[in-house]
Ligand binder design. Structure first.
Ligand code: SAH
Ligand code: SF4
Ligand code: F3S
Length: 485
């Protein structure tokens, strides 16, 4: 895309049918309109985006901002309290409170729009793939100009153009897509690290989870497209990449020429100039010995594995449709720790899944104690309309869930602080990510195992990998000192 010059695109005829050419056409059309508006107003047009949810959404937002910038918008920071001309919310619906946040913001936007009727309000992402949500917005939030889902983010320019030329709200929600449109603009948030989609969608249908309904069936990108993207990123200064998919371990199964995730990793490893490789997320049911072997011998794959457990009870795991039981999970975690001794293991756990008894919960605590996670994301079960678990009758009372949640969190935190203490006094490679939020004399970086460390240093270190000795463990982060290289 960097080589495409929108000024050379012929916008006099009909729009092309093929992608991405069709979008280049609409980008050029929109750009002409925006440049007129900018001239008329005598100031830039500002856009602002807010992203909820996971790394996939973060990556989608980079693509959306990439398009908006091509159109001629100037991006505003979150702190900027100027009124944006275009505001876009990329939403998540994995848990109820993600939705509530969006409705909260919409209440606020209504007031802003009343003051500034020219402001364009757009909503996209996972929440928009739920028909009830779109109905509610159509009824109660009629000031929204643009609604689209997860399958057509690449069409942003076309949808904006339609909104401008018709003057009407545009709603386009697709049910699915087979296509993966490559070669679109992107605005990366960090210069030195980047997420890279390797697959989209999910086929697992865990009984509590809405993702397969809003992100569709699994589609893997071709290895060559992935490798080319990473090579371009590296040429552009990126040293760390995170391969993204809801279940990276099933990557490549549906390609014309199937390829395992482990093989893809070995191909990525060969890219010169790339220093660190991360990936998210690994479903335990598909984690192969081949992957463990590749991780063990790799020089670039980070010493971190996120291995969502969800529950420690074999009975609950069965009802969750996770395809492993307590014993299998522990065996897998132990094998990984044995083969890669300095690996950091993290996990996701749901408390209060329908039918969870005290005994089931004690199984979860037991796995936490046996595996000893470096950190764990703990979630209270949230009922998602349309998933099988939402129809289950034995929902757990809120006070019982709260009690279990608190006990779990305490256990997770105790173990995590014990583990962080073990690394104090040792020196690690650290990728410097930013100037410290609270003290500009300090920078913040990340170890291969994903822990965060703060140490004295300046802005010029951002994007560099340096040696840092860990002096103090402070719960979930360290204080350290940079050493001579
Ligand atoms: N694909 C990833 C998870 C994506 S969603 C995987 O399978 O591991 C991220 C996390 O949100 C999940 O791991 C799960 O712990 C949590 N989650 C998903 N649905 C949920 C629900 N209905 N209630 C509470 N937590 C949920
Ligand atoms: Fe949801 Fe399960 Fe797919 Fe993860 S693997 S996205 S938890 S259905
Ligand atoms: Fe949320 Fe969609 Fe990700 S539901 S967790 S943003 S895939």
């Amino acid at each position: 895309m960097n080589e495409i010059n929108l000024d050379l695109i012929d916008t006099t005829g009909e729009p092309p049918v093929a992608e991405p050419e069709r979008q280049y056409y609409y980008m050029a059309k929109c750009r002409a309109l925006i440049s007129e508006k900018i001239k008329k107003l005598g100031r830039p047009l500002y856009c602002q985006t807010r992203t909820f949810g996971c790394q996939m959404n973060a990556k989608d937002s980079e693509k959306l901002i990439g398009i908006l910038k091509q159109l001629g918008y100037t991006e505003m920071s979150q702190e900027d309290n100027r009124e944006p001309d275009f505001i876009l919310y990329n939403t998540c619906t994995v848990r109820e409170n993600a939705n509530l946040k969006v409705y909260g913001h919409l209440g606020y936007l209504k007031k802003q729009k009343a003051k500034n009727p020219d402001m364009i309000i757009a909503l996209c992402g996972c929440m928009m793939q739920e028909p009830e949500v779109v109905e509610k917005i159509k009824k109660s939030y009629r000031f929204v100009d643009l609604i689209f889902g997860t399958y057509n983010i690449y069409k942003l320019a076309e949808l904006i153009y339609e909104n401008w030329t018709t003057g009407k709200s545009v709603i386009e929600i697709l049910d699915s897509t087979k296509d993966i449109v490559e070669e679109l603009p992107i605005e990366r948030k960090f210069s030195f690290k980047s997420g890279v989609n390797i697959m989209f969608g999910c086929n697992n249908f865990c009984s509590y989870c809405i993702v397969p309904y809003v992100r569709g069936r699994e589609r893997s990108r071709k290895p060559q497209d992935i490798i080319n993207e990473i090579k371009n990123l590296v040429a552009d200064g990126v040293v760390e990449i995170m391969l993204l998919g809801q279940n990276v371990n099933s990557y490549g199964k549906n390609l014309d020429e199937p390829l395992s995730f482990a093989k893809l990793l070995t191909m990525v490893e060969e890219i010169e100039g790339l220093e660190r490789i991360r990936f998210m997320t690994s479903h335990p049911k598909d984690l192969s010995d081949e992957l463990i072997e590749v991780m063990k011998h790799s020089k670039k794959i980070c010493k971190h594995l996120h291995l969502p457990m969800q529950s420690g009870s074999s009975h609950i795991l069965k009802v969750m449709n996770r395809h492993y039981d307590k014993e299998k999970y522990i065996e897998l975690a132990m094998k990984i720790k044995r083969e890669i001794p300095d690996i950091s293991l993290t996990t996701d756990i749901i408390v209060g899944f329908p039918g969870e008894s005290e005994e089931d919960f004690l199984d979860t605590l037991d796995v936490v104690r046996q595996v000893r996670y470096d950190s764990a994301y703990t979630f209270i079960y949230s009922k998602r309309t349309g998933t099988p678990a939402a129809k289950m009758e034995n929902q757990v009372p809120a006070d019982v869930i709260k009690d279990r949640f608190d006990r779990l969190l305490k256990e997770v935190q105790t173990i995590s602080s014990e583990l962080t203490l073990q690394n104090v006094g040792k020196t690690f490679d650290v990728l410097v990510e930013d100037v410290n939020e609270h003290d500009a004399d300090y920078v913040t970086g990340r170890l291969s195992n994903n822990s965060v460390v703060h140490f004295k240093g300046g802005r010029e270190l951002i994007g560099k990998i340096v040696n840092v000795r860990l002096d103090q463990a402070k719960g979930f982060y360290y204080m350290g000192t940079m050493e001579e290289m």
